[in-house]
Each structure stands twice: as C-alpha cells, then as structure tokens.
Design a protein around this ligand. Structure first.
Ligand code: CP
Length: 309
C-alpha cells in the first residue's frame, strides 16, 4: 500500500503513495466528527515530537492525530531540551531511541536533519519541516484540501505566489502537485525565485497578474525572513504587498470559483488582504482540519511498515 518506511520528503513518494495517503485521510476525517474522537488503532505505540523550530499548526495537529489514534506522545522543544546544554542532535536522538519510540516526528532548522536521524534510529521518522528543504505532511494536507474543494488535481492550474526560494512548503507542494498532474505557475520577487526552478516542471510568470490569470487555486506564502540570512531581498514590506499581495482585484483574475490557500502563519496585509483571508474563497482553516486527518493517515501507514532488517 505504501512504499516508505519513513516520510522524509515528497520526492521519494510515488503518485500511488500520495493517493494512498489522501484516500486514507478522507476516511479518517470522519473520526474527528464523532462525539468520542478516539480510536484504538495506535494503542501501545509511542511518538516523540521533537520540534527544534517554532510551530503552531504542525505540532498541535500531530499531537491531536496521535491522541485520536490512542498513541502515547512525548513532546520536546529546543528550549526545553538538553540541546540548550550543548548536546548534539545525534546524541539527543540516540537517547530518545533508547526509550524505544515507534515514531520520531522532527522539525529542524537544518535541511537534511530528518534524513540524518532516519539513518541512526529504528523508529519511523516523519519530517515536520527541515530548513528550506521539505514539509511533506503540509504538501499532503494541501493536496487533500484541493481534492475536497476542486476534485482530482489532474489538469488544475495552481498559482504559488511569494517567497518560493526559502519555502519548504513550496518545494514539497511543487513535487506533490505535479506528481498528481496539476500545472503549477510561480510568481514572486526575482530574488525569491530559485534559479532553474523550471526544471521541476513549473512555469515562472513575469507578474503576479499573469500567475493568477485563470487559476483554480491561489496559494500564497509568507516571506521566510528567518531563512534569508539577513539579506535584503525586497525593498520594503509595503512594496511587496503592493506588488505581490493578493487582494480582491487580483483574485478576480483567477477562475470565479478559485480557492485561496496559505500554509500559515499569515501576515495579514502582506501576502493577502484580511478581506481575502476571511473570504468565502479562503480554505485556510480547511487546510488545518485536513492536517489532522493526513497526519493520522501517515502514522497509520508507517506503523504498518516492515521492521528494520
Ligand atoms: N504550516 C506550518 O508549518 O505551520 P506551523 O509553522 O505553525 O507548524
């Protein structure tokens, strides 16, 4: 059913793997609508949530998913862990592994940290975001949201607007959307569009208006200042909002039933106006709801993977 032992990125997944997660997540959504939102599926399994970077949505939805499946969760953050006393990441995970967890969910500022950990532990490792590299569960929940609102992704026109170069969400979304047959257009300041990104099968548009023209889905991204190394990549937030911010006038260029997405956190008035963020076209909170079901599906599928040889 699912070819992976870990979930480290979207590149490693086949289209069938992605569809398997999405189909299962669709079934798991119903659990969150029951009066008693709990099933015994992962009883006796232990999940370590190791978040070395801040998170609201990913961290809480993993925890909710684990609790709804009756797994035992342990939560660590950078500030509350011994990394503050100089312990290396490898020593931290070796010590956690000594407690025999079944899963390690990790968010880390360094790209590749989850892959590194996966080589050193028996637990199934789930990447909850590593540097500017990957955020696979975000891409899966974005696909689930689009599928609910627009049907299969095949042939859909998806515009991604913003800081593409520093966004792990953009990278994972591009791989997921194109594997599912969507056409992806990008727009943002030239300094925030990776060189040769067209090699991933996407189109870079000269203006945000061109990117939005006829789009089925408009995905906007936050400016990832924490990963820009202090560089000044655009003149001012005000100019960014004026040139790339999504307002009702720009949204009118997309299809009349186009949906608006954002992985969060939103900077209102920068990536989009508050009116767009709160409009009927916005499915931003639907993305969060899908996040729980998708993470339940990922935990379920990885729990069924074969033991380490
Ligand atoms: N989308 C996302 O990763 O949000 P958090 O940083 O709040 O987890």
């Amino acid at each position: 059913m699912f070819s992976q032992r870990h979930l480290l990125d979207i590149e490693s997944l086949s289209r069938e793997d992605i569809v398997t997660v999405l189909d299962l997540a669709e079934r798991f959504r119903e659990i969150s609508e029951r009066p008693i939102k709990k099933v015994p599926t992962l009883r006796g399994k232990t999940v370590v949530n190791l978040f070395m970077e801040p998170s609201t949505r990913t961290r809480s939805s993993f925890e909710v998913a684990e609790k709804r499946m009756s797994a035992d969760s342990l939560n660590f953050s950078a500030s509350g862990s011994a990394t503050k006393k100089g312990e290396t990441l490898l020593d931290t995970v070796r010590n956690l592994q000594a407690m025999a967890p079944d899963f390690i969910v990790i968010r880390h500022a360094y790209a590749g940290a989850p892959h590194f950990i996966a080589r050193h532990v028996d637990a199934a490792v789930i990447n909850a975001g590593d540097g500017a590299h990957a955020h696979p569960t975000q891409a899966l929940l974005d696909c689930a949201t689009i599928r609910e609102h627009k049907g299969p992704l095949d042939g859909l026109e998806i515009a991604i607007v913003g800081d593409i170069a520093h966004s792990r969400v953009a990278r994972s979304d591009i791989f997921a959307f194109t594997k599912l047959g969507a056409n992806v257009r990008l727009s943002g300041p030239r300094t925030m569009i990776p060189r040769h990104v067209e090699a991933l099968g996407v189109r870079v548009e000269p203006t945000v208006e061109a990117a939005l023209e006829g789009a089925d889905v408009v995905m906007t991204l936050r400016i990832q200042a924490e990963r820009q190394g202090g560089l000044c990549l655009f003149p001012s937030t005000r100019e960014y909002a004026r040139t790339f911010g999504i307002n009702h006038q720009r949204l009118a260029l997309a299809k009349p039933d186009a949906i608006v997405m954002h992985p969060g956190p939103i900077n209102r008035g920068v990536e989009m106006t508050p009116e767009v963020a709160d409009s009927e076209r916005s499915v931003i909170l639907s993305q969060v709801t899908h996040g729980v079901a998708v993470r339940m599906a990922v935990l379920f599928l990885l729990a069924g993977s074969p033991p380490v040889e």
